[in-house]
Design a protein around this ligand. Structure first.
Ligand SMILES: [Zn+2]
Length: 355
């Protein structure tokens, strides 16, 4: 009986937890839909820089959320869900594994905060990798620190997606040399999966691509890693999906307060205004707390702040499309970071990336 109860809890958690970005409906594929809309909008500009995709959004989000995402044409859409299920557990019996892991996440992160100990899923939802969802990590992180992490994540994921950063590099050597906030979140001196791959892929020797390539849907086997050419393709699309996920999450009012801080919280409304404060999943005003059920519905654009003629911060569909356009055009990761800084977070161009 107890096992049945635990299984049910695990299954319920598995179905509800990954979709907490906008808290619309557990089964609504909002990231997939936003990404598909962005690709659609980009196509409509026929190679020109997409200036405004906001018209697509309110009218077509629900329709796009019901596309058949098993079709490979929507690979990027599926990849933009990666940050919610970074170990790709949510299929078949893997749902059970997801639920069982997720239930224990809080204590795992408290007791073993390192990414190599508590894993990607727990760390990105409860630990130091909450910036993957445009949120502050535990421990009183400031707005500037979260923004800096998000910008460093932008450079890293965009660089992997464009090939500017070689995903086959040794994971530990790459982060060991950086000494910035992203490295502190992703790595520590006794990181478990350091090592050189002299005999091909090995799960205990991470490359930069490994976190984007793990598949852990089996209940009994260890995680598998996609390798060789398939791995190269998957790193590129997944890293870009992870970047789009963060950008899209940053417009959810249960993650980020935009504009003035006095407006009602958790309203399901997308405001194209500068990010003022990042919430924390574990904090007093974070996700999962009372009061944000108001955001639990289909979000609408704030037509005033999202007016393309006057806004400085783009809406999430336009921002996603513009980043995809930059990738297509061969723009550098530095240019992508500058774009996210100015037109997603709404920070002044000259502001320093805090370390
Ligand atoms: Zn998210």
């Amino acid at each position: 009986m107890r096992l049945i109860a635990m299984t049910l809890v695990a299954l319920i958690t598995a179905h509800s937890a990954p979709a907490n970005a906008y808290k619309i409906h557990p089964s609504l594929a909002i990231h997939e839909a936003m990404t598909a809309l962005a690709e659609n909008c980009l196509e409509s500009y026929q190679g020109a820089e997409p200036y405004d995709c906001s018209g697509y959004y309110p009218e077509h989000l629900e329709y796009f959320a019901n596309l058949d995402f098993s079709n490979p044409v929507y690979n990027l859409s599926v990849a933009s869900r990666w940050s919610d299920d970074p170990q790709r557990m949510n299929r078949g019996l893997g749902y059970l594994r997801f639920g069982l892991v997720f239930i224990g996440c809080r204590s795992r992160v408290d007791n073993h905060p390192g990414l190599d100990d508590s894993g990607l899923l727990c760390n990105s939802h409860f630990g130091r990798l909450q910036f993957l969802h445009a949120m502050a990590s535990v421990g009183g992180e400031t707005t500037e620190q979260t923004a800096a992490l998000m910008l460093q994540w932008t450079g890293f994921t965009y660089g992997l997606a464009s090939g500017e950063i070689d995903h086959q590099q040794n994971y530990c050597r790459y982060f060991e040399g950086r000494g910035d906030a992203l490295a502190a979140a992703m790595w520590r001196p006794d990181f478990r999966y350091c090592g050189d791959r002299t005999d091909g892929p090995a799960p205990d020797q991470w490359t930069l691509g490994t976190p984007f390539l793990l598949r852990c849907a089996s209940l009994v086997s260890p995680c598998q890693e996609t390798v060789w050419d398939a791995g190269r393709r998957e790193v590129r699309v997944t890293a870009m999906g992870a970047l789009l996920h963060m950008v899209q999450d940053s417009f959810s009012q249960s993650h980020v307060a935009r504009g003035d801080l006095t407006s009602p919280r958790y309203e399901a409304r997308i405001r194209c205004l500068p990010a003022e404060r990042f919430y924390n999943f574990n904090g007093e005003d974070g996700r999962g707390q009372d009061g944000h059920s108001a955001a639990d519905q289909l979000p609408q654009y704030d037509t005033e702040s999202c007016n393309a003629a006057i806004r400085t911060v783009d809406d999430p569909i336009t921002a996603s499309a513009r980043l995809l356009w930059m990738l297509d055009q061969g723009h550098s990761s530095e240019q992508a970071v500058a774009y996210v800084r100015a037109h997603v977070l709404g920070l002044p161009p000259s502001s320093e990336t805090a370390r």
